[in-house]
Design a protein around this ligand. Structure first.
Ligand code: NAI
Length: 462
């Protein structure tokens, strides 16, 4: 059969409709460009469909369960609510559908032509999709990432995070390989929903790049909730056992963990499916990610790449920032992307959020820093909510400017927006002192921790 060679020409071709791709497409359309967006799966990509949003839906219900249990323990509520996991899963699907439809509507409202199909980058300025050829003055690759497994015997017996969200029933025993962001978020959700959870992490500690004291607080709280965390543990194989699955490991403690479900959460790798980097002449990093410059342009002029496919922060909000930067450069405003103040959130229970640097990092950089601290236990709103946690602010000892904020506890990811502004604007002690924060609120703790850097916290004895 003769190949259909219909040709379409536009200003910008975006490959991939996840957060990075759809945002860049809308930003470009708002600049007046004609945009074609290719999506082979569902608009919204990993984040909306099988990542951030559905996980947060489950975590929200899991947190509600925890709250009810705590109120029952305090004899304020009389009985612990039973829950329907089936209804919860229905609700998750509804929320995803609503959000995806919302983004589809936005794309339409911005006159972006969405081509449903698997696009192949065939060369500079050219994409093929289901027999048709499309040409764009600029091309933006936003194909995201896919779960990466570890090469062990029985790896195929483990499920991915996508499958972990689709489970039909709460597993009795869940083993999680990898104590990273995905591992700890899903471990937290399933622990509260009733699973007996074991996390096996190869590194000696969880989240080694983050503030040690805040991480230690989080780990203790996770363990107190019943999650068994085993660090320095190298998984050797997964095998079938009489009661389900068996994960065999060696390391600080060699042994086996019996589980009904094993989740592989050992990272994600760039998705280059359909991107013939060799044919297009696009260079890759040694880790196999698409190499880009500070303007999000690849080694080939007029081909840009953003999001998980370029590595770095595998975060939707990093992809947003990179997408915006790419569009600014496509429009001829040569401007380097600024990812220096990047909020990092772990929606575990308790949640963790950080922005800027820790005191250890400041020391490495030769900056004399001081750390101030404020505990949730001394904050009125936290007490009213029954929330535990810790806020730590790092400031430069000399010029008294804010360098970093680390929060573990309820609403940490919400509070980090305010912290991001403080770090970006290098807020000084003087400015913190003059800022009025609503009372009662959890955010008050950030001001208290900042003042505590210089012994000025009001609601702290010493
Ligand atoms: P990750 O890189 O955060 O964690 C993977 C963990 O697995 C690491 O701690 C690593 O040491 C461990 N690991 C690797 N090989 C292992 C082995 N053989 N045995 C035991 N442990 C092993 O990757 P993750 O959690 O899969 O997440 C992927 C990406 O998605 C991350 O970059 C993350 O930032 C992003 N993400 C962000 C979220 C957020 O912002 N809240 C939520 C979920 C994912």
């Amino acid at each position: 059969m003769e190949k259909n060679t219909r040709r379409e020409v536009c200003d910008l071709i975006v490959i991939g409709g996840g957060p990075g791709g759809y945002l860049a497409a809308i930003a470009a359309a708002k600049e007046g460009l004609s945009v074609l967006l290719f999506e082979g799966g569902s608009i919204g990509g990993t984040c909306l469909n099988v990542g951030c949003i559905p996980t947060k839906y489950l975590l929200d219900k899991a947190a509600a369960m925890d709250k009810v249990r705590s109120l029952v323990d305090q004899k304020i509520f009389r009985e612990c609510g039973l829950f329907s996991f089936r209804k919860m899963q229905e609700g998750r699907r509804e929320v995803v559908h609503k959000l995806v439809s919302g983004v589809e509507y936005l794309l339409k409202a911005n006159k972006i032509r969405v081509v449903r199909g698997f696009a192949t980058l065939t060369g500079p300025g050219e994409v093929e999709c289901e027999g048709s050829i499309y040409r764009g003055k600029d091309i933006l690759i936003a194909t995201g990432s896919v779960p990466s497994s570890i090469p062990i015997e029985g790896a195929e017996l483990a499920i991915t995070s996508t499958q972990a969200l689709e489970l039909e029933k709460v597993p009795g025993r869940l083993a999680v390989i990898g104590g990273g962001v995905i591992g700890m978020e899903l471990a937290s959700a399933y622990c509260s929903l009733g699973s007996e959870v074991t996390v096996l992490e190869v590194l000696p500690e969880l989240f080694p790049a983050e503030d040690r004291k805040a991480v230690a607080y989080m780990v203790r709280a996770l363990q107190k909730r019943g999650i068994h965390i085993s660090c320095g543990t190298k998984v050797l194989k997964i095998e079938k056992s009489a009661t389900g699955l068996r994960v065999c490991y060696e390391g600080t403690q060699a042994g086996v963990t019996e589980a009904d479900v094993v989740l592989m959460a050992t990272g994600r790798k760039p998705n280059l499916n359909g991107i013939d980097t060799e044919a297009a002449g696009i260079s890759l990093t040694p880790k196999g990610e698409i190499q880009v410059d500070a303007y999000m342009e690849t080694s080939v002029s007029h081909i840009y790449a953003i999001g998980d496919v370029v590595g770095g922060y595998q975060l939707a909000h990093a992809a947003y920032a990179e997408g915006e930067a790419a569009v600014r450069n496509i429009m001829g405003r040569r401007e380097a992307v600024d990812l220096s103040v990047m909020p990092r959130c772990i929606y575990a229970m308790p949640a963790f959020a950080a922005v800027g640097i820790s005191a250890d990092k400041a020391e490495e950089m030769g900056i004399a820093a001081v750390t101030g601290e404020f505990a949730y236990g001394a904050n009125g709103m936290a007490l009213a909510k029954g929330a535990d946690g810790l806020v730590r602010v790092v400031m430069d000892k000399e010029n008294k400017m804010t360098l970093g904020v680390h929060i573990v506890g309820e609403d940490a990811p919400e509070m980090i927006a305010f912290a991001s502004a403080a770090v970006r604007d290098k807020m000084t002690l003087n400015e913190w002192e003059r800022m009025v924060v609503a009372h009662p609120s959890l955010s008050e703790m950030m001001k208290e921790a900042a003042l505590d850097c210089f012994g000025k916290s009001v609601h702290k004895a010493v």
